[in-house]
Design a protein around this ligand. Structure first.
Ligand code: 6PG
Length: 231
């Protein structure tokens, strides 16, 4: 499958537009928009722009999950949930029950198991064996990791579960992360990557010359887009 590669010098505007277009299409076709948020710093400006330009988007038809989470409480500065809350969740009229937070304050294996069960229940309501996101956002780190799928870590080999706890030696800590089976089940996966220092890795991935974790994302029956914040 050939990925769609988009370059932008207006990252927040183009990222928000991509999300909104996906949302309107999903709601028109299936009456619900299921999106997984990526963490880190890059997407915050996109989320702010999304909230600011959402117009009449019916937020009660939006379901929000998180592609990964640090094993910290939701008020910790490291929390991806806190980043999303500050960036846009606190500013939009989305029903709290539509935002599915990974409970990073729990022991990692319990947080992963709880989220796995939550996604299994939600998927069953759509008659799905595996919960299928309409749009699954991903970032990429300078080592080619995505979500919390870091090079050399155990989660890379998970082929059954959707969500696992993953020990990350470089940080000497656990993360909770989506796995490739869940990521690749999405209708549309979009990497949103900014920062010229990441360009060489992205170029290697797009030319098929690299086996970074981000390079193994390949939707089974969906689209793959790279939105790149450089010309
Ligand atoms: C996380 C993210 C991670 C992130 C990349 C890029 O929890 O850190 O999910 O995969 O997307 O590390 O992060 P930046 O946008 O901060 O560079």
């Amino acid at each position: 499958m050939t990925p769609e590669v988009l370059h932008t010098t207006s990252f927040p505007v183009d990222g928000a537009r991509l999300i909104l277009d996906s949302a309107r299409q999903a709601i028109a076709e299936r009456e619900v928009f299921r999106i997984a948020l990526s963490g880190g710093h890059t997407p915050a400006a996109v989320y702010r722009e999304w909230a600011a330009t959402a117009g009449d988007l019916p937020w009660d038809r939006v379901q929000i999950t998180f592609g990964d989470e640090r094993c910290v409480p939701p008020d910790d500065e490291q929390s991806n949930y806190l980043m999303a809350r500050k960036a846009f969740l606190d500013a939009i009229p989305i029903p709290p029950g539509n935002v599915f937070r990974i409970r990073g304050e729990l022991p990692p294996d319990e947080a992963a198991a709880e989220y796995e069960a939550r996604l299994a229940y939600l998927g069953s309501r759509f008659q799905e064996e595996r919960y299928r996101h309409d749009l699954l956002l991903l970032g990429m780190g300078p080592d080619g990791h995505t979500a919390s799928l870091f090079p050399g870590t155990g989660a890379l080999t998970e082929r059954t579960r959707n969500v696992v706890d993953n020990f990350v030696p470089k940080f000497d800590t656990y993360r909770v992360t989506f796995t490739y089976p869940l990521i690749n089940a999405a209708r549309h996966v979009c990497f949103m990557v900014e920062g010229a220092e990441k360009k060489p890795i992205v170029d290697q991935i797009l030319s098929g010359q690299a086996d970074y974790p981000a390079a193994r994302v390949a939707p089974t029956d969906g689209r793959l887009t790279w939105l790149l914040g450089w010309p």
